[in-house]
Design a protein around this ligand. Sequence first.
Ligand code: CO
Length: 140
Amino acid sequence: MIEKVHHIAIAVRNLEEQARFYREQLGLTVREIQEVPSEGVRIAFIPCGETLIELVEPLSPDHTVARFIEKRGEGLHHICLQTPNIRSALATLKERGCTLLSEEPKPGADGLIAFVHPKSSGGVLVELVEPPAWREGGSA
Ligand code: CO
């Protein structure tokens, strides 16, 4: 049902500032910063082997990520697991007693996405993603 960790998302107040650690100290490549107004965030992907690290900066103080930072500080926001079939994965999780944040997947930056409620996953917000078919299993 689950193929790999697709990305790990980190909530930050200032993307440029936090990106420096990954670029200058870890020596990773930080991809171009994208503003995603529909989601109310700016993001930057940092490829790390088969997985991506995603820095997420909220664009307004009332965004859920901004409220997360206010409450818990900057840091790990969610992990995203890749599945070949998100509808079937959601149905299986529901059958197994998981609470989902939404029953229907929605289009995300890299395919269809949906979230599992952290109360079902030990306090970690878990996102599922089904990458578009043309990607042929490779990551973004
Ligand atoms: Co994500």
